[in-house]
Write a protein that binds this ligand. Sequence first.
Ligand code: SF4
Length: 261
Amino acid sequence: MQRLTVKNKVNPSEAYGVFTEDELTRSGAIEPHNIILTTNKECPFKCVMCDLWQNTLDERVADGVVAKQVKDALASLPIAKHLKLYNAGSFFDRQSIPKQDTFQIADMIEDFETLIVEAHPKIIGKSCFEYSEYLKPQLDVALGLETVDPDVLPKLNKSMTLDDFKKATEDLLSHDIFVRAFVLLRTPWHSEEEGAYWAKESIDFAHSIGVECISIIPLRQNPRNIDEDFIPPRIEVLNEVVAYGLSKNKGRVFGDAWDDV
Ligand code: SF4
């Protein structure tokens, strides 16, 4: 199933995505979020379903490069209360973003209320907690739960168990850091019906350990690992799963419809 593919040509001196998007906040208001997709080294986990590698570099960037990307991007964005800094990997992976860059970024964003970053659950630890202590905005960490299907989670190449996810969530919450979870809708090993079933089970698991915000991600074709004949779930199924999550009244549940669903 593995196929060789080439990455997009990205420029290390600039973030590859800079835009603003409205999102529902914890307090119930829909507010603009500035979003910066930094350009850096590929995530080492190489999960089967992940297509973020397409806009990454093969090598670690030099110290200061990512901080400069963020500085330039912020200068081009409108004023907002919330900032998402997604790096196609883990914000606390020093091969992706050097430590000094993360602190330079913290100093640039003191006026924001919230900083949302992404990280692999196994990377959650001291570096994250120290960062949260230093940071002025509230830190909110997005973790990939993916699926609680015990037959499928090990096949995703994520090198993570549900216990790892639970521990990372509990550690973050105990340090007053917010947690959001990504849940996959339909993996390559699921029929559409099974995909909906396991997405709902995953929502229940995330809620049971205190996750307040969940994003449902319908799987799409991935030139590296997911065959061209993979049929992404229909929008109706995505809506059904989101409605299920919302019916639990335990927090926000988003459906990521990509651009083309
Ligand atoms: S850990 Fe996240 S960013 Fe890294 S390969 Fe897996 S899904 Fe992609």
